[in-house]
Design a binder for this molecule. Structure first.
Ligand SMILES: Cc1ncc(COP(=O)(O)O)c(C=O)c1O
Length: 415
């Protein structure tokens, strides 16, 4: 890049050259193109709607209270009095920020307690908490893998895993969603060519709402000598009878998975992400993962609320049961109304498939007008012409609220 710039300057007689405007970038042009197209078709922008307040299951959008299906507060903890008290108390004791990396002076007993609680919940030796789930994925994959290695991943893994893979410089191969025969084929033919191989999957896929067969993937990774990383961002606190995640749901020992990733920002109603596994892995990341070493420690309020959430979930597994019951009710209700939920398993997160992007965007806007806030998912988040509405469910919803959401969606899709 630098030599090229120099040559270019010389060709221009060393005259100063103005940097190009950001609007010349193709990504900027693509965004503007989509915005103009949506405007022409009369589709309101479904993104960045300003949320002006929250109260229980309601959120305030454009001054109007709407039932919220677009957040991941799966267990209804974000406004729990114990959570708010824990956050307030931690802020009073430690302040609003730690203003330093954990390695330097930002480590508190609360962080250690939170990490021990996460490890205990999953059934592994240790855990490490990052300031976001995204950073946890990027930094962990980027630290463990390099250009001698291969990463084999489900085609639908989250952007944070994909960015981590790019950072690592490792070779990557994706397999069709949940097609474990394809995963095995790659492992069989490619394993011997690489130093280390990592398989990356998710616990509960956030655009499909379906799950992988963990027992079979563990068997494959053991047979071919690969590490297994599970991004359980949507599964932790949600899957399994007591919310311990994908391993509990599948009846697999948590210690069989080399690298667990999870987030504190969904079921645990706080912020931050974690990596959990054996002590060697966590010791390595504690000293080598850039997103941990060179980034601030999780703020006191977030650390205390996440710890409180983990304890509430253990104490009140009935919240998880209520979430599962509501999810089943939503799935059955959708099918009874002839709505297409794709391959969703019917736990916590369900898509209603629409197809054409414009039609899905219009439906999202219309259901919002009628008091139901669902999220809008389109390409590249999902394949082209596989746009959908996505409903995140909560343990706190009532049958009437679930029926209202489904009735409104059905009616608006039929228009
Ligand atoms: C599957 C998955 N992994 C990772 C993340 C990143 O987590 P966080 O929001 O805590 O940064 C998300 C967030 O949406 C996610 O859905």
């Amino acid at each position: 890049m630098i030599p090229q710039t120099k040559n270019w300057l010389r060709a221009n007689g060393d005259r100063p050259v103005a940097a190009k405007p950001f609007s010349s970038l193709s990504s900027y042009k693509a965004i503007k193109h989509h915005q103009t197209l949506a405007k022409t078709l009369g589709i309101p922008n479904p993104f960045y709607r300003s949320t002006e307040g929250m109260a229980d299951k309601l959120t305030l959008i454009d001054g109007k209270p709407v039932l919220n299906f677009a957040w991941c507060d799966y267990l209804g903890l974000s406004q729990h009095p114990e959570m708010i008290a824990a956050a307030n108390e931690a802020t009073s004791r430690f302040g609003t920020t730690l203003s330093a990396s954990r390695m330097v002076s930002g480590d508190t007993p609360m962080h250690r307690e939170l990490e021990a609680e996460i490890a205990r919940t999953i059934g592994v030796e240790a855990a490490l908490v990052f300031v976001s789930g995204h950073a946890a994925n990027v930094s962990t994959i980027g630290t463990l893998m390099n250009s001698d290695d291969l990463i084999v991943h489900d085609e639908f893994v989250h952007n944070s895993a994909v960015v981590g893979m790019r950072l690592s410089g490792a070779e990557t191969r994706s397999f069709k969603h949940n097609r474990l025969d394809a995963l095995e084929n790659i492992l069989r033919t490619e394993r011997a060519k690489y130093r280390n191989v990592m398989v990356v999957i998710e616990g509960l896929y956030s655009t499909e709402g379906d799950l992988p067969d963990l027992a079979r993937i563990v068997e494959l990774k053991e047979r071919y000598g690969a590490w297994l990383m599970v991004d359980d961002a949507h599964g932790c606190g949600v899957l399994g009878a007591t919310g311990r995640g994908l391993a509990e749901h599948c009846g697999v020992d948590g210690a069989k998975v080399d690298i667990w990733m999870g987030t504190l920002s969904k079921a645990y109603a706080s912020c931050g992400g974690y990596i959990a596994g054996n002590t060697e892995l966590i010791d390595l990341l504690r000293y080598a993962a850039p997103g941990f070493v060179f980034s601030v420690g999780l703020p006191p309020a977030m650390t205390a609320s996440a710890l409180t959430a983990l304890r509430i979930v253990q104490r009140e597994p009935e919240r998880v049961q209520r979430l599962h019951n509501n999810s089943k009710m939503f799935l059955e209700g959708a099918h009874a109304r002839g709505l297409d939920t794709g391959r969703a398993a019917g736990i916590a997160m369900l898509p209603i498939m629409v197809g054409l992007t414009g039609r899905a965007a219009k439906t999202v806007a219309r259901v919002l007008e009628r008091g139901v806030n669902a999220s809008f998912i389109m390409y590249p988040g999902v394949p082209m012409n596989a746009a959908r509405l996505r409903f995140f469910l909560s343990s706190e919803l009532t049958e009437a609220e679930i029926n209202l959401a489904l009735d409104v969606t059905k009616e608006e899709l039929g228009r």
